[in-house]
Ligand binder design. Structure first.
Ligand code: IMP
Ligand code: MG
Length: 175
């Protein structure tokens, strides 16, 4: 058994670090005087989330949700299931969803709709990656790390069949 294979890089470790720092500064400014609740969507957003919160200078709190993903397929099934709900009540809170990638936008739309009904004071989305087709369809996150081509990417938390999450950069998976 040898090491993890290395898909071709789309975003380097340095690019990710720089962009995450910039997002952290922006969020710190925009939420000055507030104590937002950042909600990471497991498992893909975990690595982004832990890097991001380290560069946000606010008295924030974190929580996590798990929703069903594609399993081993690379196409969205259109079915979103809640596997783990929040531990925290969000009514009256400034909530920010942290997502790894917006592809079809189905997942985020479903989660936003569900959380909106719990009456947070505000509800925003911070996505590390937004694919071109989502951007073209008018699906916009409030904070976006990178807009990327419509390719299947792995690494920096993103997986294919649970593999590659520990890759320190974002690479393109050959189909
Ligand atoms: P959407 O519902 O089509 O927007 O897909 C969102 C979810 O699908 C993400 O949270 C990921 O878990 C997964 N996903 C979509 N595109 C990719 C990709 O290129 N690589 C890895 N996971 C992806
Ligand atoms: Mg995800």
């Amino acid at each position: 058994m040898s090491g993890l294979d290395r898909p071709e890089a789309l975003l380097s470790e340095q690019q990710l670090r720089d962009r995450v720092c910039a997002l952290g500064r922006q969020i710190t400014e925009d939420y000055a005087g507030k104590a937002p609740l950042l909600i990471g969507i497991l498992k893909g957003a975990a690595m982004f989330m832990v890097d991001l919160i380290r560069v946000i200078d606010l008295p924030l709190q974190i929580d996590f949700m798990a929703v069903s993903s594609y399993g081993a397929a690379t196409e969205s099934s259109g079915v979103v299931r809640i596997l783990k709900d929040l531990d925290t009540a969000i009514e009256g809170r400034d909530v920010m969803l942290i997502e790894d990638v917006i592809d079809s936008g189905l997942t985020i739309a479903y989660v936003l709709d569900m959380l909106r009904r719990r009456r947070p004071a505000s509800l925003k989305v911070c996505a590390l990656l937004v694919k071109d087709k989502a951007a073209a369809a008018g699906l916009k996150a409030d904070y976006v790390g990178f807009t990327i081509p419509d390719k299947f990417v792995v690494g920096y938390g993103l997986d294919h069949a649970e593999k590659y999450r520990n890759l320190p950069y974002v690479g393109v998976l050959e189909s």
